[in-house]
Design a protein. Structure first.
Length: 212
């Protein structure tokens, strides 16, 4: 399956492209990527529907092994608007968390964001009740970088799109690609009577909830 991306030039001081032309996704295949359509015949099936895992056969030292090629993404548009560092931090963090829970290795991180022009003085562009675009853009990048870089996750794609259409609602998308041998992934179902162990130091709110 080949997907074609067509992206117009990003922000230029002299002239901004309209929102309708700033980012257009045009896949070269139909949008229905379901098994019944015959396009995802290698999609792994499980009771969990939280990401996409594709079964692939690879050769390692002359031995053919079945691996899971995982794709995960999250959008933290509103959280990043109200708290840029934490919103972007937990955006890529959630993507990293899920494959790691299945013993997968994170191969590559991806970040795609949409913002108003961060070069415009705050008083000229900031909407009532909103943070300045420059503050959101810089703090969000710091949040994303601190999470991905500190665990050693390489980031292969970073795209930032600047357009007035993002003034009212920012776009913050984090994604990644991961892989793991299928043989080491174990799935089990919980049942009534199972004992749940909480490890670590939960925040006060979580502690209060547990006590109730």
């Amino acid at each position: 399956m080949k997907t074609t991306w067509k992206v117009a030039p990003t922000f230029m001081k002299a002239k901004r492209p309209s929102l309708s032309r700033s980012w257009t996704w045009q896949p070269s295949t139909p949008k229905k990527l379901k098994k019944r359509g015959g396009l995802l015949t290698d999609l792994e099936e499980s009771s969990e529907i939280n990401a996409c895992s594709v079964e692939v056969d690879i050769e390692i030292n002359g031995e053919t092994q079945t691996w899971l090629h995982m794709f995960k993404n999250e959008t933290h548009n509103h959280p990043t608007e109200i708290e840029p560092y934490g919103g972007a931090h937990t955006c890529i963090g959630g993507c990293i968390r899920d494959p790691l829970s299945g013993r997968a290795e994170v191969i590559q991180g991806i970040r795609v964001v949409g913002s108003g022009n961060p070069l415009t003085p705050p008083h000229d562009q900031t909407l009532e009740g909103k943070l300045a675009q420059r503050y959101i853009a810089t703090r969000a990048m710091q949040g994303f970088s601190d999470y991905a870089n500190q665990i050693g996750s390489p980031v292969g794609i970073v795209k930032e799109y600047y357009d007035d259409g993002f003034l009212a609602k920012r776009m913050e998308l984090g994604a990644l690609v991961a892989a793991v041998p299928k043989s080491v992934v174990h799935r089990e179902e919980s049942a009534p009577g199972d004992i749940i162990l909480l490890l670590g130091a939960p925040p006060p709110v979580a502690t209060d909830w547990v006590r109730r």
